[in-house]
Design a protein around this ligand. Structure first.
Ligand SMILES: C[S@@+](CC[C@H](N)C(=O)[O-])C[C@H]1O[C@@H](n2cnc3c(N)ncnc32)[C@H](O)[C@@H]1O
Length: 204
């Protein structure tokens, strides 16, 4: 069989953009500690509504069989998703990555048993299909200005390259969330990036 896989473009954050994200989260951790508000999430309840939607792609049988499966959590924050999954009875071999050192420090101090590393997805040399599932919650909500992403038409290219890489590294499923362009409040926040749901479904 011919391998039709196409290597995804390597689209990385600029140093300026990376610093901006890191500073934003450093400030929020100093202000709120290891709480959902430090993740720019208004409450645990809202955070978990998002987690539930991601978890919906997992076969329930995995839970019943207490199966061990691998999960890469992109932009893991404090690795709260791992706690949520365990509460539901899922036991992934969890790997979290996050570009903000303050988040990684928080996640590691609360979960020393987990594998958590600092960086964006393009910094890692994971293998094709290395993880059963690759998931992301809330990590692609900011407008990103990479070197390749200077104009309004190019906005979203970074997010798409991350999603493409998520497919590259998974063997069973990908789940993520983005902001919906049709939400009125999103229009009032030029610092946030949003997408038309049907465009993203087509892209995927
Ligand atoms: C809204 S928080 C969500 C954290 C976690 N996923 C949760 O739901 O609890 C977004 C996280 O993504 C991280 N992040 C933002 N852009 C990223 C990128 N390009 N690559 C990796 N992490 C990123 C931030 O540092 C932050 O910790």
């Amino acid at each position: 069989m011919t391998d039709t896989f196409i290597t995804p473009p390597v689209n990385k954050l600029s140093d300026k953009q990376r610093k901006r994200i890191q500073t934003r989260h450093k400030v929020s951790v100093e202000r709120y500690g290891y709480q959902p508000k430090a993740l720019y999430c208004s409450s645990r309840e809202i955070q978990e509504i998002r987690f539930k939607a991601l978890t919906d792609i997992l076969p329930k049988a995995m839970k019943l069989r207490k199966e061990i499966w691998s999960l890469l959590d992109v932009g893991c924050g404090f690795a709260d998703f791992s706690v949520y999954l365990e509460r539901l009875g899922y036991f992934p071999d969890y790997c979290g990555i996050d570009v903000s050192p303050s988040m990684v420090m928080g996640a590691k101090s609360m979960h020393p048993q987990l594998e958590i590393s600092e960086g964006e997805l393009a910094d890692f040399t994971f293998q094709k299909g290395q993880f059963d599932y690759v998931m992301l919650s809330g990590a692609l909500n900011e407008v990103v200005e990479t070197e390749n992403e200077g104009t309004a038409e190019q906005q979203g290219e970074y997010a798409k390259s991350v999603i493409q890489n998520m497919y590259n590294f998974c063997s069973k499923g990908v789940a993520f969330n983005l902001l919906n362009k049709q939400n009125a409040w999103v229009k009032t926040r030029p610092d946030l990036q949003s997408f038309m749901a049907e465009d993203m479904v087509t892209f995927c």
